[in-house]
Design a protein around this ligand. Structure first.
Ligand code: SF4
Length: 211
């Protein structure tokens, strides 16, 4: 795909949704970190339901640590993998208190050192809480990048690096939101909605449907 097409694609995605936001509920970087940590293999809606009950009771490292693993499980047991997630959240809270003055670190290395925090979670936090131009490549972004040929790659890291290289600078901070939303609602996994896609004429996918 050439640079002109990429520019046009992101111009249209931006026009559709000028200020894209994550669909996870959060008001502080700590709330965002915990919500993203809980969202692995779970839906944003499911996580939001759990945090809507948890955060009014505990939304700081100290208050969640005070709940303990068992106490925290009561709030998150509707979410997949909640046993492991509860343990990771409690360990993460302890590390934040002991090593970071209860603040969320703003570097990839420090974030990825927290239990349960991988590259994707670190990318989301750096981008969404701190405005850094990172690409948190999830299943939606991976699919859209490959189908459209914006940034084709065999694995998420390859796609991430290509997006960082090829997305025009002015769109870098918000690009991952636009791609996720496009994948979630239009370029869906089984049967993409090419007939109502705003970038259909620019997309290089060979098996378009619904036209
Ligand atoms: S035209 Fe179809 S395959 Fe291409 S981005 Fe749009 S929905 Fe996805």
């Amino acid at each position: 795909m050439n640079a002109q097409k990429r520019l046009e694609i992101f111009t249209r995605l931006r026009a559709e949704n000028p200020e894209p936001r994550t669909e996870l509920y959060w008001t502080t970087p700590f709330e965002l970190l915990i919500a993203v940590l809980l969202s692995a293999q779970a839906t944003d809606v499911g996580v939001n339901k759990a945090t809507a009950k948890l955060y009014p009771v505990a939304n700081t490292p100290e208050s969640i640590l005070a709940l303990g693993v068992e106490g925290l499980k009561e709030y998150i047991k509707t979410i997949g993998l909640y046993n492991t997630k509860a343990e990771n959240v409690i360990k993460t809270c302890r590390m934040l208190i002991e090593l970071h003055d209860s603040e969320i670190p703003q570097t990839r290395e420090a974030l990825e050192a927290l239990p349960g925090v991988g590259r994707k979670t670190a990318n989301v936090v750096l981008n969404t809480a701190f405005g850094q131009p990172t690409m948190a490549v999830d299943t939606h972004i991976f699919r859209v990048s490959n189908r459209t040929r914006i940034a084709p790659g065999k694995n998420v890291l390859e796609v991430e690096h290509k997006l960082m290289r090829h997305v025009p600078k002015e769109f870098l901070v918000d690009a991952h939101h636009w791609l996720i939303l496009h994948g979630r609602y239009t370029c869906v996994a089984r049967k993409p909605r090419c007939g109502s896609c705003v970038i259909e004429d620019l997309c290089e996918y060979k098996d378009k449907v619904d036209l």
